[in-house]
Design a protein around this ligand. Structure first.
Ligand code: ATP
Ligand code: MG
Length: 283
């Protein structure tokens, strides 16, 4: 049995639950229970506040956890970083009132900065030779300047919309963050093996994200042209068709440039193109 800590509610909860679901590890999304079992794998889920996940994993209360890199770095508990996930992307930035003239880090000399990440900020200021007053506040950091609690803030930014609506502008990014899988140091061999199996499943889900499976009919004499339209692809699967001179081509392509690829395939004479969603991809 391996125990995984995830955020009970908040920005990382939904995507963590979705990842487990897609990896064939359905768990009860229990609102009241602290612990839930997975029916199909020796996995137990511990629902915690994200602030508490690094410590819980470091102490072995949970064997593994899914949490933002920002929380891991801020808390400083000893954990092994195992795998970067493709959600929870954000950055930690310094922001000042929009009307301020900002010419560089010297601006912060002697200023009061509100943040929920005092350790990361203190380290950054120390490295940059800035002496400032760091005020730790737990939430709603972005309103601190407008109510006179601080001159500037250091906070999580993703789109930047919250800063703008609070009359602030982002001036320096201190760190980039994303959700990661962490593990307690010195996992037993049995748990290590279970963790490896979890990561294989997560990777299969990630690999299929943004990929499409294409199936089409193509004149046989155009098969060599497929390579120029789908550069970098592994060799496509080519099957003969009952109609002479034609074959069926199957390929996996990235969704990002799907429409350009489709146009190229049409141009070399592809017909009856079908586009399928992919669920999992194993190497
Ligand atoms: P908890 O109640 O668990 O302590 P919280 O309020 O501290 O939750 P959330 O706002 O749910 O935290 O954010 C959780 C994590 O999601 C952050 O620590 C960060 O890693 C990530 N995240 C990604 N984008 C954003 C964003 N735009 N704002 C805040 N957090 C973000
Ligand atoms: Mg929190």
């Amino acid at each position: 049995m391996i125990r995984l800590a995830i955020q009970a509610k908040g920005r990382l909860n939904e995507e963590s639950m979705e990842l487990l679901q897609e990896a064939g590890l359905p768990v009860e999304a229990s609102k009241r229970k602290l612990v839930a079992r997975c029916g199909s794998f020796p996995l137990e889920i511990l629902y915690l506040r994200d602030d508490d996940i690094p410590q819980a994993v470091s102490m072995g209360v949970a064997d593994v956890g899914i949490v933002g890199l920002n929380e891991i770095v801020e808390r400083g508990f000893k954990v092994d970083k195992i795998h970067k996930l493709e959600f929870g992307n954000c950055r930690l930035s310094l922001a000042v009132p929009k009307s301020e003239e900002y010419s560089g880090l010297e601006y912060f000399q002697g200023k009061r900065i509100a943040t929920s990440y005092p350790n990361i900020l203190a380290r950054f200021f120390k490295k940059s030779g800035i002496k400032a007053e760091i005020h730790q506040i737990a939430g709603s950091v972005e309103i601190a300047p407008s109510v006179g609690l601080a001159d500037a803030i250091f906070d999580i930014v993703s789109s930047g919309g919250t800063l703008i609506s609070n009359g602030l502008k982002e001036v320096t990014t201190v760190m980039e963050s994303q959700a990661v899988v962490i593990a307690t140091p010195n996992l037993t061999e049995e748990k290590r093996e279970l963790l490896d199996q979890l990561i294989v499943r997560f990777e299969a889900v990630e690999r299929s994200k943004g990929m499409k499976y294409l199936l089409m009919n193509l004149p046989e004499n155009k098969v060599n042209d497929v390579a120029s339209i789908l550069p970098g692809m592994r060799s496509p699967t080519i099957l003969p068709l009952a109609q002479e001179g034609w074959c069926s081509v199957h390929v996996v392509v990235s969704e990002k440039d799907l429409w350009t690829r489709l146009a190229g395939l049409k141009a070399i004479g592809a017909e009856g193109i079908l586009v399928f969603s992919l669920e999992k991809m194993m190497p």
